[in-house]
Design a protein around this ligand. Sequence first.
Ligand code: ADP
Length: 303
Amino acid sequence: MSIKVQELSKLYGKQKALDNISFEINQGEVVGFLGPNGAGKSTMMKIITGFIPQSSGLVEVNGLNIEEYSLEVRRKIGYLPEHNPLYLEMYVKEYLDHVASIYKLGKAKKSRIAEMIDLTGLVLEQNKKIGALSKGYRQRVGIAQALIHDPKVVILDEPTTGLDPNQLVEIRNLIQEIGKQKTVMLSTHIMQEVEACCERALIINKGNLVADKKIENLSSELSSKMIEVEFANEISLNILNQHEGIKEVISLGDNKFSISSSDDIRKEIFQMAVKNNWELLEMKSQTQRLEDLFHQLTVNNDQ
Ligand code: ADP
């Protein structure tokens, strides 16, 4: 596998930012790393990339222990840190040349820089100062520097934060492209991004791993089912709420309701409608999404 994290903890003074976390990421997988602010995402990414040491536990990248083989691991990892630190006074091409020199790319340097400029769509911007670029283009420069040494594993810490909707789609497409060839770990606040780009989601909350799920299995694993119903006549929310098995009823207006329950209760709703002479116009399952799981695991747990 590409990344192995075992019983990892990190203390900042007395604060436990990561608490005994274990997971594995296989070669070629694209994994979304989710969690509310302060959950410990950046801390985890900084440890995996060898920027800061863990307090206890083990991290291996491509089978190499990051503490023993720090330099070798860094050669295999591409990292886009949060806030994408760049030299604003440097020109795009000059900066990539500088990063390529650090990785000692030698003869391959020139062609590699050209490849990265091409891949990240920076052809027209390559001779501009980084400080003159928009946020979306700066992110492309950040991604280009993360990939310049052709790493096997790529760690992207919130690569799309602060982008406008068009830039967001462009960077997301770029991540999908990268994911075809490399192992990617991506932290983000945007659930649709994980659904669009990732095969798996790891969710952390307050330093603990609370979910490790394949995206395709999510809806079947969620603990509540949701249906949407519409009636022709007026129905009181209270009557619906009284039914055993219903967890929550939300009125959507115009006699439409969203009903969440622990089991599939479509049959019961139908029988209730017949018994009470309610004119049922429509009943459909609502697909539950990563957003619901995230909410269940990181908000409800606080209560
Ligand atoms: P996330 O990336 O999920 O927002 P972080 O990993 O940045 O979370 O932070 C996790 C927790 O650790 C937060 O409570 C944060 O304040 C704390 N923390 C992060 N870096 C440091 C640091 N260098 N010194 C002290 N506390 C830190």
